[in-house]
Design a protein around this ligand. Structure first.
Ligand SMILES: [Ca+2]
Length: 381
């Protein structure tokens, strides 16, 4: 029976190789990392806002900044603020309110932008995604041609709305993170938008090549399942989509987002519930996609931007992440074998809500407070 033995041995080797290959994708806990001793950047406070939530750069270097309570400002590089008119009423309570804002891939010709917010409703509030054009030709900038292109189905839920908007690098599709709104079980319900990352056409319709497009409804729109509260979603320069999400007590995650995958919430988490009750860790259920990096204790990640600018050469292709709980700016990079890891963490002395890279390569962040400052980070000498 030597042939059979050889076959069995070969199969065992192949199986071992397969297991090693699968296991090679590590989950690294970066929760206990400490602040860097020094900052490689200077920080200049340029303007102040009432609980700012998101920054979006226009091609000319001006910014749109949202405030959670429902205002949008057009902001110059030197901090000049002009309120943008015709912004809808929002439910502003707890984590809900006016959320993300993003300019369309063809903004230079269309003046189109997208923004997310929580709208009031008789059957409970809903996360919505709206498109509009930005009129800035006169002294009173305003939103025009407003159209709600997506509404949370079903309505209802508490905080943890998600609401982050991203575009693929071809500018063909829009991605939207939807938090679980503190209804954790719904993150695993395929007919409930909560706890999903969606992929839509730019007009809100469903792309026919989504994983379950033919099913229609929420199932058709769904790109990935099983998220808790993603406040970061963006494409890396290499075209891969990354997201981060807040865990409960422990277990914040940095995830590679791949179509059709289930990221496990609330079945698994590397954290536990706030009341201390146990949640099985990711490694107990390999059918769920595990985070590349997780944080226990938490940093409470908010805002995500990949750096491709010229000013901070050492940050090329890194992810910059704000920390609410950590009161930090965190840089996640990639080792030579591709494994993501937290590389640096800087003490910002305030809860950091969003991070954005300006056309000239400067990094801008906003503080989650009222007043919350808009800070411009430039390389230190
Ligand atoms: Ca997870």
């Amino acid at each position: 029976m030597p042939e059979r033995m050889t076959l069995i041995a070969s199969a065992a080797v192949a199986l071992t190789l397969l297991i090693c290959t699968v296991a090679r994708a590590e989950s690294i806990n970066a929760g206990d990392r400490t602040f860097n001793a020094s900052h490689p950047f200077t920080s200049e406070a340029v303007a102040e806002f009432d609980t700012p939530w998101a920054i979006a750069f226009l091609p000319d270097g001006r910014m749109l900044v949202t405030e959670k309570r429902g205002r949008v400002f057009l902001v110059s590089q030197t901090g000049g603020k002009t309120q943008v008119g015709n912004v809808p009423a929002v439910v502003a309570a707890g984590q809900n309110g006016l959320l993300d804002i993003a300019i369309a891939p063809d903004f230079a010709v269309s003046s189109r932008l997208y923004f997310s917010y929580v709208e009031p409703g008789d059957n409970g509030s809903r996360l919505v995604l709206e498109s509009a054009t930005l009129s800035i030709s006169d002294a009173s900038p305003a939103l025009k041609n407003r159209t709600i292109i997506w509404r949370q189905v079903p309505a209802g839920g508490g905080g943890q709305p998600g609401g982050i908007i991203a575009f693929d690098r071809q500018g063909a599709h829009l991605f939207l993170s939807v938090g679980d709104r503190m209804q954790s079980a719904s993150a695993q319900d395929p007919d409930n938008a909560r706890g999903k990352i969606l992929r839509l056409n730019l007009d809100g319709s469903t792309p026919p090549d989504n994983p379950d497009a033919a099913a229609g409804g929420v199932r058709g729109q769904t790109w990935t399942t099983g998220h808790r509260n993603p406040y970061g979603l963006t494409f890396a320069p290499d075209g891969r989509l990354w997201s981060h999400e807040m865990g409960p007590r422990g277990g914040d995650e940095f995830n590679l987002i791949e179509p059709g995958q289930n990221y496990g919430w609330p079945v698994v988490s590397n954290g536990d519930n706030y009341d201390g009750s146990f949640i099985p860790d990711h490694d107990t259920r390999p059918e769920f996609a595990a985070p590349a990096v997780y944080w226990t204790p938490v940093i409470a990640p908010a805002g995500l931007a990949f750096y491709e600018g010229a000013l901070f050469a050492q940050w090329q292709n890194s992810a910059l992440i704000g920390g609410l709980r950590a009161r930090a700016l965190v840089r996640v990079g990639f080792r030579s074998d591709g494994q993501a890891d937290e590389i640096e963490r800087w003490d910002m002395g305030a809860r950091i809500r969003d991070v954005a890279v300006a056309p000239d390569g400067a990094v801008w962040v906003i503080e989650d407070s009222s007043p919350g400052r808009l800070l411009k980070l430039m390389p230190a000498d």
